[in-house]
Design a protein around this ligand. Structure first.
Ligand SMILES: [Zn+2]
Length: 315
């Protein structure tokens, strides 16, 4: 059965464009090595095979492979944290090197920034960095209120930690590499019991206000094309004059996206305050649609329209 899964995963790679025909033998051999196999037996697909079997979802393929790895002693523990670490390693074998992804992005960007982000968003899902089958479990709806149509979301796709992994994480050596989950050193990192695997992750470099930053999607996509823009340096969140220059620099480069800072405040602010970053995406939030209750002008900036929106909380 493992040969069958290998064949299906290679088919998936070809279908999604992650790999090319010329890569087929190379990828099969990489997978054989991972599964400690010495040879490949091409599975024979018979006509009597039910058609449902012919197309297998990525989730089924990875589950089958991970079960095999556990049953054959390649994977030591069978809980979600360990399974996620292992199946990311599998996917990492199918993902092109960072330079190839960046070059492709730049090539598309020269034609149209929309094409570039469409490619990168699909890519981030095809690589399973964004796990489509988990995101599907999230509950989302809108509700009409006097403040407009509000979005309600319940995130069900973040995996719950299992007790074994929590116990192992407690005993694990404290590591400061990568310094946090936003650092660029996550790209290609194998992960460990207390840090997610990112062999399938690729980052797009962007320049904001003369600084090197990275652009990536959130693996948990709370809204359409939910992206994270982060400083290449691991420095604390801050909101100052330069923040505005950086934000505007980003939307100048990606006019179809919004971007904002979750602020450098504990509890109400961003969840990772130790690393300067913004959240953005291709989505219009209710607050952006809210009517302006009172407007004012800022002395010296007659072109800037400012106002306070009708909103239930202070903003
Ligand atoms: Zn960091």
């Amino acid at each position: 059965m493992i040969y069958y899964y290998i064949t299906k995963l290679v088919e998936y790679g070809l279908d999604t464009g992650l790999i090319h025909k010329q890569d087929r033998v190379y990828i099969i051999n990489s997978l054989l090595e991972l599964f400690q196999l010495e040879q490949y037996e091409e599975p024979v697909q018979t006509v009597s095979e039910p058609s449902a079997q012919l197309k297998m979802s990525l989730e089924e393929i990875l589950n089958g492979m991970t079960d095999y790895a556990y049953e054959h002693g390649i994977l030591q523990e069978n809980s979600i944290v360990y399974r996620d670490l292992f199946d990311t390693k599998i996917m990492g074998l199918l993902v092109p090197r960072p330079s190839e992804v960046v070059n492709k992005f730049k090539e598309l960007y020269r034609m149209d920034p929309v094409k570039a982000t469409q490619y990168y968003y699909k890519f981030s899902q095809d690589t399973d960095y964004i796990r489509r089958y988990r995101i599907k479990k999230d509950k989302k709806w809108t509700i009409d209120t006097e403040y407009g149509s509000l979005d309600i979301t319940i995130n069900l796709s973040k995996p719950e930690k299992d007790p074994k992994a929590i116990a192992a994480a407690k005993l694990a050596k404290q590591s400061s590499y990568p310094k946090c989950q936003l650092c660029r050193e996550n790209e290609g990192y194998a992960g460990r019991v207390n840090h997610p695997a990112r062999q399938n992750h690729r980052i797009i470099p962007v320049e904001l206000d003369g600084e090197q930053w990275g652009f990536q999607y959130s693996p948990y996509v709370y809204y359409n094309e939910h992206c994270i823009v982060f400083n290449y340096e691991h420095i604390p969140m801050i909101v100052n004059k330069a923040t505005l220059r950086k934000l505007f620099d980003f939307v100048k480069q990606f006019p179809h996206y919004f971007v904002g800072s979750n602020a450098d405040l504990p509890i109400v602010g961003g969840s990772i305050l130790t690393h300067e970053h913004f959240q953005g995406g291709n989505y219009t939030f209710a607050m952006a649609k809210a009517p302006v209750e009172s407007s004012f002008t800022i002395p010296g900036y007659p072109d800037v329209r400012a106002g306070i929106v009708k909103w239930p909380m202070s903003v």
